[in-house]
Design a protein around this ligand. Structure first.
Ligand code: DOR
Length: 427
């Protein structure tokens, strides 16, 4: 099957293309990329008219939580992959905090085999740094890589023990895969359910101070020069951490970081009214953090956008704020929220696409996120001007825990292709 995507505005940062190009796909790969009108239509060719639309490499989210195995009532690999496709994501990296934890070959293989049978996008497993995410014993990081893991993390929890983190970074160097840290000093956040500040005081909720994040980011950076390991800071949320990463990068240390859309859009003000959909870890911070996050996006300190898609059902969210689970779903709102940063002139549209495509692929050493001839045809097509209200009840995700209900946004994914085949089409 051959497909021609014509008349679109192609943005492919990996190949420095930003303009009117047509794409010819065949056998699941990119066969040709030519200026508009140069590729001739031929009988038997499937035509996709992308007039007025933006065509990009499929987005890549290096931080999602699908709940399989263990909590399939919140999300399965299948429903998570459908949510991803509806958000324009063609590749997602799944965190290991499943039940059982993905800390050994058999769980990685189970995830990959389930993905093979049910997923409509590429699923890349992340292996646990420590066994059972308990922070006590390193998992067999070599075995996890052999089984197909593309990075290591205890996300949901930090690796608190500095010696274990040091050894994990040494192994990460040896296996050339990043350690993705959930930066949180647990002694400082114990019992907390939102950012520590004026709002938490007013709401009478125990807070989680920004220092809890900053101290751990600083510690991990200190471990880099001698270990040489690759550190990737997950869901950066505090202004102090952005500064620390900026300084470390200036020294040439191998550190990268990601931001989730909720951390560049919302502040702890969203917790007023005790909306548990505004509860996540790390928590929503203050306006000054938000400004420093935006500065980090602007100057390139923040490398990528990752959603931290964390599905939870009503039973886990329709409870007192302090008892609710941490996390929100994010795959189906990432594009319109990112476009708000374009509207605010924090980043250009091209940089936004880079942060969702080629950058994550570069950091994780993957061969996706590029529409070079010969590459796999994983593609997102969206209408950047389409305005609508966010309606979580329509999400493909099995869970609907989003604080963005009824938000007026622009930017809608109309079609997503994986291996040259349409896996999602908006009606
Ligand atoms: O809010 C969060 N939810 N943060 C995490 O780090 C884990 C995640 C989850 O698994 O629900």
């Amino acid at each position: 099957m051959r497909t021609l995507i014509k008349n679109g505005h192609l943005i492919d940062p990996a190949n420095k293309r930003n303009g009117n190009f047509d794409l010819l796909l065949s056998e699941g790969k990119v066969e040709a990329v030519e200026p508009k009108g140069k590729i001739k239509e031929a009988p038997g060719l499937e035509l996709i008219d992308a007039k007025g639309l933006v065509v990009t490499p499929g987005f890549c989210d290096m931080h999602v939580h699908f709940r399989e195995p263990g909590h399939e009532y919140k999300e399965t690999i299948e429903t998570g992959s459908q949510s991803a496709a509806a958000g324009g994501f063609t590749t997602v990296a799944v965190m290991p905090n499943t039940s059982p934890v993905n800390d050994n070959r058999s769980i990685t293989e189970l995830i990959l085999s389930q993905a093979q049978q049910t997923a409509i996008v590429n699923i890349l497993p992340i292996g646990a740094i420590t066994k059972g995410l308990k922070g006590e014993t390193l998992s067999d990081m070599g075995e996890l890589k052999e089984a197909g893991c593309i990075g290591y993390s205890d996300d949901g929890r930090p690796v608190s023990d500095s010696e274990i983190m040091r050894r994990a970074l040494e192994y990460s160097k040896m296996f050339d895969l990043p350690c993705i840290q959930h930066s949180e000093v647990l002694e400082l956040t114990r019992g907390g359910s939102m950012n520590e500040g004026v709002v938490s005081t007013e709401l009478g909720l125990k807070g989680m101070p920004t220092e809890a994040e900053d101290i751990m980011v600083h510690r991990d950076i200190c471990l880099l020069p001698k270990t040489g390991g690759k550190l990737h800071v997950a869901h950066i949320s505090s202004g102090g951490s952005v500064d620390l990463v900026r300084q470390a990068k200036a020294k040439g240390l191998p550190v990268t970081c990601e931001v989730a859309p909720h951390h560049f859009i919302l502040t702890d003000e969203a917790c007023r009214g005790y909306d548990t959909n505004a509860k996540m870890s790390p928590p929503l911070r203050t306006n000054s953090d938000l400004e420093m996050i935006k500065e980090g996006m602007k100057d390139g300190t923040i490398d990528i956008i990752a959603t931290d898609h964390a599905p939870h059902d009503l039973v886990d969210k329709q409870v007192e704020f302090s008892k609710a689970c941490f996390g929100i779903v994010g795959l189906e709102t990432a594009l319109p929220l990112t476009l708000k940063m374009v509207d605010e002139k924090v980043i250009s549209l091209e940089r936004a696409i880079e942060m969702l495509t080629s950058q994550p692929n570069k950091i994780f050493g993957l061969d996706k996120g590029s529409l070079e001839v010969g590459r796999v045809a994983d593609i997102a097509i969206f209408d950047e001007n389409k305005k609508y209200s966010i309606d979580p009840s329509k999400f493909k995700s099995r869970s609907k825990n989003s604080p963005f209900k009824d938000w007026k946004v622009r930017g809608k994914i109309l079609r997503t292709l994986v291996n040259g085949k349409t896996v999602y089409k908006s009606h």
